[in-house]
Design a protein around this ligand. Structure first.
Ligand code: CTP
Ligand code: MG
Length: 180
């Protein structure tokens, strides 16, 4: 039962987990804020680029399409009622994750944190909050059926652990500047 909830949580969030990691690999080029400043600090900073946001969203959507293609076999193999992503979730989960990360950078700059500074809890859950808000807005029926309170609780507990693990790996590989 708990394993079922964990499987659903990881499956449903995968299209939201991948975008920010893809953005780290793809990032660079023009910053989204175009260098604009607000109250003495950058609006978002050089760490949020158009290329990172667009490639990240596309890679997340591609992950959702791949999961849809294998969902029937995965259900049979795991014996778990894994969700299929409707079009609104294929776009909403990755776009929401990217927007959540961008919103977090906005808050980091407003609170005087430089690019790359850590902001515990926000760093680990910004993209989860963004993805959940996005799917609840654009695919409310699917979101309510998929992200039940038990699944959300599992996501909130597991995500910081997974996030930390992938960022430490990215840092060790030299593709990420800080391990958070
Ligand atoms: N990145 C990007 N575009 C995004 C998100 C991330 O180009 N929308 C790339 C940037 O090269 C960024 C790296 O991924 O430096 C790491 O992402 P993140 O840790 O989110 O950014 P930080 O540089 O730490 O900046 P911030 O303090 O604003 O989070
Ligand atoms: Mg960072």
């Amino acid at each position: 039962m708990l394993l079922d909830v964990i499987a659903v949580a990881l499956w449903a969030m995968l299209p939201a987990y991948v975008p920010n990691n893809a953005a780290v690999l793809a990032g660079g080029g023009r910053p989204i804020d175009g260098g604009r400043v607000l109250g003495g600090a950058r609006l978002l900073g050089d760490g949020k680029t158009w290329r990172g946001a667009i490639v990240g969203t596309l890679v997340g959507a591609a992950v959702a399409l791949v999961l849809n293609a294998v969902v029937v076999s995965a259900r049979g193999f795991l014996g778990v009622e894994l969700p299929r992503f409707p079009p609104a979730a294929i776009v909403g989960l990755p776009a929401g994750a990217i927007l959540g990360d961008i919103a977090a950078s906005f808050l980091k700059r407003r609170s005087g944190r430089e690019r790359g500074a850590s902001f515990p809890v926000l760093d680990q859950l910004d993209f989860v909050a963004g993805a959940l808000v996005a799917v609840y807005l654009i695919a409310p029926g699917w979101a309510a059926a998929t992200f039940t309170p038990a699944v959300i609780a599992t996501v909130v507990v597991l995500t910081p652990l997974l996030h930390l693990a992938t960022n430490v790996i990215g840092y060790q590989l030299g593709v990420k500047a800080e391990p958070w």
